[in-house]
Design a protein around this ligand. Structure first.
Ligand code: GLC
Length: 752
């Protein structure tokens, strides 16, 4: 068994991987194609079909049936297997007992950590820190690969505007630019410096494409996405993932404009292969091939297999329509052997690139790195950077542990070790979680912490615990309320119609606020919740998302001022589900609302002539602004923006334009600020968004210091698909540099 010994050089808070086989400059064109071609030429049809089949553990009656299937080359990939011993035994059978010795590729959902769990991806997106995210995925790959996993079904990079959708938790939010930068970082973290490094996994850009536009946010629902929106927003992160070298893509469940994405030649062939030149392989989502029968797009599973193969889905996940029907489809001349050979070639290329033929086995020693202190420290750092301070009045935060005599820790998520890990957490364990209650007690000592859970879980409506909670609050100097959602309320198949704080949490918060004590609300959730009432009731609100294994220490670091919150919202917060969809890069409409045009709901006269209240685009009750805008987030310090300058007021199509500003930390605390750069194309051959993020920088600015920041635009940064072609059109453009999508220094320029 040839093993590559890994030397992990770990220092506090950071880590560097040094591997005997790590070879930074090694590219993927290292002969994988030639080797794959030679191997395909030797394969029987049965063996080829085997490579196109990925089976889950649950498919097999027993271990013997599983081993025989591997021995016969019946499946080239297994799903949800793990454990060094089991994987190495199956690999040994594949490599030593099958006819051609083709190794397996073991896949698993390692979405935001393996055993060291990081914030949910939506939370990591709030860090706006691609390098920290890359490291998080690097750690995840090191841990997962130690158990024989060499392929993860991540990153999930579905743009969505709908917080009802449970899988918003899994993605990078609403913005294509932010999502694209994070998609690339995630791919690079997963795949490492060299694919054949034993700690590198093949990434899988999913769910290709448009899944996040499920009507009503109801999972698996129909999606209608006009091509300009598809190309100008939804496809962008997938292109970034492909450019970052993602070795696999996953076709999705959804029916896109009438054509299921697992049988969609336009997206899978024309865009992914012909336009982008993707040369890895495409795996279906779980049963998404055979579900085309349900969609009414395939007559039966044989027809579904034909459609998917012709469209370019090269490996079928979990179902067996390929295994059952490819031979007949060839005999019926519905598909060609060339299509089969191309699919197998793409799969084998990835296996060669991963080094699986040379080094198919996991190193039993490697798992000692799981939960390494440096990994946990990084999880704590990422969780700190992901939390977003939404409100901080009456100097509620930061708390001073030396001055405050006691705190009341209240709520269903104060000590919920599994819930804080969030959704898509196969291998994370609650036993490894450090909860907020534990962290606050560690900091303040048990005697100074008055803990009352009050609600055993987020949906609980039983108020029996309220009295004890109020009593605890009365004898404390401040109230720390940990609320939000149980993990099960977001994720796949877990969409909600309402997006309020579940259960009786709001009533509990109201009772606590009535004590007059400072109320600090910490929300741990898998989606943006409509927390307008809770914002009103609280002196301070910290949105921590489901923040992972180290949620407790990270949140405590922020609440007690070890570090200032720095996260910014990667998604718009709406006032209620009725406002959905609401995203910042919306079009202006012919009747944009203004403050002057909207009459607050309670101020509408009770007697009205037959006339409208403004004939503008708003809701009578919600108005026309969100609860909180994309890019929003407060700090313990203050940042002042000044001196916006443009390198020119006229930009030539073949030149660049540089936009600069100064950002001063005018407060009392060193902190990070995420400076954002937005552009607006005033007039286009199709209507254009009122703002588009075109750059951002997370800057460390110490108190009293000023940072210079600059962003450079090229014509391609201003390009868009107008329904016919991708163009950059001359005319007037606005630019902003500021702290979020609604505030900033403004200027404009002419592109000619
Ligand atoms: C699921 C998900 C997909 C996941 C796959 C394997 O249904 O849609 O994201 O990677 O099956 O678990």
């Amino acid at each position: 068994m040839k093993l590559t010994r890994l030397l992990l050089v770990l220092s506090a808070g950071s880590f560097m991987l040094v591997s005997g086989s790590c070879n930074g400059e090694k590219s993927v064109s290292d002969g994988a194609v030639e080797k794959a071609e030679k191997l395909v030429a030797q394969m029987t049809l049965e063996e080829k079909i085997g490579q196109m089949s990925q089976l889950d553990l649950g498919y097999f009656r027993d271990q013997e049936q599983l081993k025989q299937a591997v021995r016969d080359g019946r499946c080239g990939s297994l799903l949800n297997f793990l454990g060094t011993e089991q994987v190495n035994e199956l690999q040994r059978i594949a490599v030593e007992e099958s006819r051609l010795g083709i190794p397996l590729i073991i896949g698993r959902d390692v979405i935001h950590g393996y055993r060291t769990i990081f914030p949910i991806p939506l939370g990591m997106a709030a860090s706006w820190n691609p390098e920290a995210v890359r490291q998080a995925f690097r750690i995840s790959a090191i841990e997962a690969s130690s158990h024989g996993i060499r392929w993860t079904f991540a990153p999930m990079i579905d743009i969505t505007w709908d917080p009802r959708w449970g899988r918003i938790a899994e993605g990078c939010g609403e913005d294509p630019f932010l999502a694209s930068t994070l998609a690339a970082a995630m791919v690079k973290g997963i795949q490492g410096d060299s694919l054949d490094d034993p700690t590198s996994l093949a990434a899988c850009a999913k769910h290709y494409v448009g899944y996040g536009f499920a009507e009503a946010g109801r999972d698996y629902n129909t999606t209608w996405i006009p091509e300009p929106l598809l190309r100008n927003a939804v496809l962008k992160p997938f292109h970034a993932a492909k450019e970052a070298g993602a070795q696999t893509f996953m076709s999705a469940f959804n029916d896109l404009n009438g054509v299921p994405t697992s049988g969609n030649e336009f997206t899978l062939k024309k865009i992914l292969r012909e336009e982008w030149g993707f040369d890895g392989f495409v795996v279906s989502d779980w049963a998404s091939v055979t579900e085309m029968v349900n969609h009414g797009f395939a007559e039966d599973e044989k027809h579904a297999a034909e459609i998917a193969i012709r469209a370019g889905v090269e490996m079928e996940m979990a179902t067996t329509s390929y295994y059952d029907n490819i031979k007949a489809l060839l005999d019926d001349k519905k598909i060609t052997m060339e299509q089969i050979d191309d699919a197998v070639m793409n799969i084998l290329k990835v296996k060669y690139r991963l080094g699986l033929f040379d080094n198919p086995y996991a190193d039993p020693e490697a798992e000692k790195k799981i939960l390494d202190p440096a990994f946990l420290e990084h999880a704590r750092s990422v969780a700190r950077q992901s939390a977003v301070l939404l409100k901080n009045e009456n100097a509620a935060l930061p708390l001073d542990a030396d001055k405050i005599s006691s705190v009341a820790v209240i709520g269903p998520l104060a000590d919920a070790p599994r819930d804080q890990l969030g959704t898509w957490c196969f291998d994370g364990r609650g036993e490894n979680s450090v909860t907020p209650l534990k962290a606050v007690r560690d900091l303040m000592g048990e005697k100074r912490v008055n803990y009352v859970q009050a609600l055993p879980y987020s949906r609980d409506r039983n108020k029996a615990g309220f009295a004890a909670a109020v009593a605890a609050a009365r004898r404390s100097d401040a109230i720390l309320f940990f609320g939000g959602e149980e993990w099960i309320l977001s994720g796949e198949g877990q969409s909600r119609g309402e997006i309020d704080m579940p259960g009786a949490q709001s009533e509990l918060l109201e009772a606590l606020a009535a004590t007059g004590k400072p109320v600090i609300l910490v929300v741990m959730a898998g989606r943006p919740l409509a927390i307008g009432r809770e914002l009103e009731l609280s002196d301070a609100v910290l949105y921590a998302w489901h923040a992972g294994t180290m949620a407790g220490p990270a949140i405590t670091d922020l609440l007690f001022g070890k570090e200032s919150p720095s996260g910014k919202l990667p998604v718009t917060f709406v006032k209620g589900a009725g406002q959905i969809p609401f995203y910042y890069y919306r079009n202006n409409t012919g009747r944009p609302a203004t403050d002057a045009s909207w009459t607050p709901f309670d101020s509408i006269p009770t007697v009205n002539p037959q006339s409208s209240l403004g004939y503008r685009s708003f809701h009578l009750d919600y108005g026309f602004t969100p609860l909180l805008p994309f890019g929003y987030g407060l700090s313990y310090t203050t940042f002042d923006y000044s001196d916006l300058t443009l390198s020119s007021q006229v930009m030539k199509m073949d030149r660049t334009l540089t936009v600069r500003a100064k950002v001063t930390n005018s407060g009392e605390m060193d902190a990070d600020e995420i400076v954002q750069f937005y552009v607006r194309d005033r007039v286009g051959s199709i209507t254009r968004p009122i703002k588009e993020l075109k750059g951002y920088k997370r800057l460390r600015i110490n108190r009293g210091e000023t940072a210079d920041v600059e962003f450079t635009l090229t014509a391609s940064d201003l390009a868009f698909f107008n329904g016919h072609k991708t163009v950059t059109e001359p005319g007037l453009f606005d630019v902003w540099i500021g702290p979020n999508s609604e505030e900033g220094l403004h200027d404009d320029f002419i592109l000619e």
